[in-house]
Write a protein that binds this ligand. Structure first.
Ligand code: SAH
Length: 352
């Protein structure tokens, strides 16, 4: 699919024409990854962060937030819970917390693998090759790092670099693939200044990177961040709106450019459309859900955007609700780690 074709789909508003896109994405999803929906237990283990991303509520500059970091024991308890609920993977996510030694996280990974055998996905920001190697050797299987936007001017505006470090997330993704991680990336949809053509370029880039996992969701302004006060410099017809239907389009197009990828119906999508965001995501290309299993006392502190915490329910209640949802869609919970299924071996990518 060319960038121009992708952009045309992104601009499409006719319900009948769009239903063709939903059907195509759903068919490709069914043919390549099947009816299983993989459940990944999300553990938000720290909200400490060294960075000042202008969109994110846990940025370093947000002094109104109390900070926490879970202990090894607390993280292990969550992993055990994930296993009891039948999940095949835990996702360890945090701010870019650089106050713990990389060896500590390596030990957490080893203990989770030893005690539960679950697949481990990391989502801990921009890290050095030494750290990535250490975590890979400890047994981490996958890594999520959204490049957020492929428009470099916009990227620099929302994502101030750390002194003396390359903020190049694409280079890190390529390195992680060489180290043997499954790699996941994605973007926010509707950040001020994001045009249709740049979002189309993002989706093309998913295909070029041959991503194993693709996470996308609407941008949700957080009142304690600078980006929440920024108006789009683009004319209305060029600015991508941060709405759920745009997210379904990006999910569906991602499925078409990366047919084998694992694609979640994300929490941000469920936040902007609590009633049917997840169901529609799963019907239009997605095949993963990431139930949040962070202990209730920490959950509201992992405040990357407002409204994220969702209904006050226990992990068991949430699980029962998701199983009912899957059943209503004629889908079933995935069994096993739910790695990417490959029809061929990974190839190497042109550098640059
Ligand atoms: N520190 C890690 C994890 C960040 S949270 C990292 O930087 O990779 C995971 C994702 O949440 C981010 O990649 C971003 O795409 C998304 N996110 C952050 N703030 C958001 C907001 N205000 N609205 C919607 N999504 C947001």
């Amino acid at each position: 699919m060319t960038r121009q074709e992708i952009e045309t789909w992104l601009r499409e508003e006719d319900e009948e024409i769009l239903s063709e896109l939903w059907e195509r994405a759903d068919r490709v999803r069914s043919e390549t990854v099947g009816e299983e929906v993989h459940l990944r237990g999300l553990i938000e283990f720290s909200n400490h962060c060294e960075r000042n991303c202008t969109y994110c509520g846990i940025r370093k500059g947000n002094r109104r937030l109390s900070r926490y970091r879970m202990s090894t024991e607390e993280i292990l308890e969550c992993a055990q819970l994930a296993r009891r609920l039948g999940y095949g993977t835990v996702v360890l996510q945090s701010g870019q917390d650089e106050q713990f030694p990389a060896e500590w996280l390596a030990e957490v990974i080893r203990e989770i693998k030893g005690a539960t055998g679950l697949a481990v996905t990391l989502s801990v920001g921009e890290r050095s090759e030494r750290e990535l190697r250490l975590w890979r050797e400890a047994g981490a299987d996958r890594y999520l790092l959204r490049f957020e936007t492929s428009d470099l001017t916009l990227y620099r505006r929302i994502h101030p670099p750390l002194r003396g470090r390359s903020p190049d997330r694409i280079a890190q993704l390529r390195l992680m693939r060489e180290l043997g991680f499954e790699i996941g990336s994605g973007v926010m949809i509707g950040i001020p200044g994001q045009s249709y053509s740049s979002l189309a370029a993002d989706i093309s880039l998913f295909g070029e990177l041959d991503l194993d996992m693709i996470g996308v969701g609407p941008y949700i302004p957080h009142p304690d961040t600078p980006l929440s006060r920024v108006r789009s410099p683009l004319p209305p017809g060029e600015q991508v709106p941060a709405v759920d239907v745009m997210t379904y389009k990006v999910i569906a197009l991602s499925r078409l450019v990366c047919p084998e990828a694992n694609i979640p119906a994300t929490t941000a999508l469920a936040t902007v459309n609590p009633r049917e965001g997840r169901a529609l995501g799963l019907s239009r290309g997605a095949n993963v859900i990431m139930p949040n299993i962070t202990p209730a006392c920490y959950r509201r502190l992992y405040d990357i955007y407002p409204g994220k915490a969702g209904p006050a329910e226990t992990p068991e209640e949430c699980h029962a609700r998701l199983l009912a949802l899957l059943q209503s869609l004629g889908r079933r919970p995935g069994v096993g780690p739910g790695s990417r299924r490959r029809s061929r071996q990974p190839h190497s990518y042109p550098v640059g």
